[in-house]
Design a protein around this ligand. Structure first.
Ligand SMILES: [Zn+2]
Length: 215
């Protein structure tokens, strides 16, 4: 395993190791299996050096192989791949450019978190999972067109130093040092959003009602 990781660090674009591609594909399949996306919606990427491997647009995740992934540079130019990249390339690249610690990006339309994103407020209260995974504040950024640079800019502002943000009226962006971490963050955000909705339905809750949700 260690040798494999060494190979990642020294790989050229044309030799990007399958281990990262397999992580991206496993992540995409987890999104479907966990109900965080439907069909081919959502996207997963991982950064290796100055290259990014990202899921292609409109390809069923259960049929993907590493050859179907698209490799792009940090300016969004396609370096390798037989499909077009996800249309959220600007969002993914903005995260990698803004944060050296971000090595994987996941975008979902998971239902509870997406519903919350229409409220235009931060996701509160913070539960143990949010602290346990060191996610940080989960702000909701203003709405912008899918795939646009405006959406990418809004997402980076919303993300700040956190591991997740909600895209207003749209969905979730989760980041991590690995695809696995970004997936865990995306799942934790959905879990948290479900709790937030349950609390809303419950009416005032002692110890919670006075704290938030906060704008
Ligand atoms: Zn989306």
């Amino acid at each position: 395993m260690e040798r494999t990781h060494e190979r990642i660090g020294s790989a050229r674009a044309s030799e990007l190791p399958d281990v990262v591609g397999e992580q991206v594909i496993a992540g995409a399949r987890t999104l479907v299996a966990a109900g965080l996306v439907v069909g081919t919606v959502g996207n997963v990427s991982a950064r290796v050096g100055n290259r990014v491997r990202i899921t292609p647009t409109r390809c069923p995740y259960d049929e993907l192989t590493t050859d179907d992934l698209v490799t792009i540079d940090l300016d969004g130019r396609v370096v390798a791949g037989r499909h077009g990249p996800s249309r959220e390339v600007p969002l993914h690249l903005a995260a990698y450019r803004a944060r050296a610690d971000v090595r994987a990006v996941v975008h979902t339309h998971s239902p509870y978190a997406t519903a919350w994103s229409f409220l235009g407020i931060a996701l509160e209260p913070h539960t143990e999972e949010i602290g346990y995974y060191g996610i940080g504040p989960v702000r909701t950024c203003p709405p912008a067109d899918a795939g646009s640079h405006a959406l990418a800019d809004a997402a980076i502002a919303g993300l700040g130093d956190s591991k997740a943000t909600l895209l207003g009226g749209h969905g979730v962006v989760a980041v991590g040092a690995t695809v696995d971490e970004a997936i865990v963050v995306a799942r934790a955000i959905e879990h948290q959003a479900q709790i937030a909705w349950l609390l809303r339905g419950a009416g005032p809750v002692p110890g919670v009602a006075e704290r938030g949700p906060q704008r």
